[in-house]
Design a protein around this ligand. Structure first.
Ligand code: ZN
Length: 237
């Protein structure tokens, strides 16, 4: 297996649901497993975007900065960018872009990266503030999210598609973040439409799930929440 065939994930979405937000992997470690991806920071401190081997944090205040190698993350996905499909598109909604993928490709049962670099007519993002201990559950923390909007913005939308059966391990379906080319605007995507840009897809044969087995909160937590699906949907969409 080539390194480009692997989607690497540290932590699970399910561990964020009850509030396990302490960072358990350094940015430096994470970047050894990929140069592109998404995640969150220690304490659920904003949204993370990884592009060209650099990790950026979009804070709850909406500010963007590059993260230091020793900063920690409780949950992130990365891969080595090497798209299997590239194509140009103009004037499309997010729904049309997503539906088109499954009409053109038999990707429904696979993990794949979804990246668009281009100009977006409208982008709506959110970012969550760093949480204070005792940490509230994810659905509660997400209620205080900050929403940001920008028109005619040029940048990169990056994230992943996971099949529905992996809900809990991941946030199933599309989970995408955004960072503009000026590195001043971004976050977890709530809505967007594309004016003009290049869509890149990268399928993965391998999913490398890394768990924080040395974290006492993780090993002692009861993660079998019967409301997991609705909790994730409330927080992530
Ligand atoms: Zn997100």
């Amino acid at each position: 297996m080539a390194k480009e065939d692997v989607l690497y994930q540290h932590g699970t979405l399910a561990l964020l649901v009850p509030g396990l937000y302490d960072g358990t992997m350094s940015v430096a470690d994470l970047l050894t497993h990929g140069d592109t991806g998404i995640g969150t920071a220690d304490g659920l401190d904003g949204e993370m975007v990884i592009l060209e081997g650099k990790a950026y944090q979009i804070s709850g205040a909406g500010t963007v900065r590059e993260m230091a190698p020793d900063e920690l993350t409780p949950f992130a996905n990365v891969h080595f960018d090497d798209p299997t499909n590239d194509y140009d598109r103009e004037n499309m909604t997010s729904e049309a872009l997503e539906q088109e993928i499954f009409k053109a490709h038999t990707f429904a049962n696979q993990f794949f990266a979804f990246k668009i670099h281009g100009t977006f007519g409208h982008v709506q993002t959110r970012a969550i503030d760093k949480q204070k201990k005792p940490y509230p559950p994810l659905a509660e923390a997400a209620k205080s999210q900050h929403v940001f909007e920008k028109d005619n913005v040029t940048g990169t939308l990056i994230g992943y598609y996971s099949p529905d059966l992996y809900q809990g391990t991941t946030s199933a379906g599309f989970h995408v973040h955004f960072l503009d080319d000026d590195r001043t605007f971004g976050g977890h995507i709530l809505a967007y439409n594309l004016t003009s840009g290049k869509v890149s897809l990268q399928t993965f044969s391998d999913f490398n799930l890394h768990l924080p087995v040395h974290d006492s909160h993780f090993v002692q937590a009861d993660l079998n929440d019967p409301e997991l699906d609705s909790q994730i949907k409330a927080a992530e969409h």
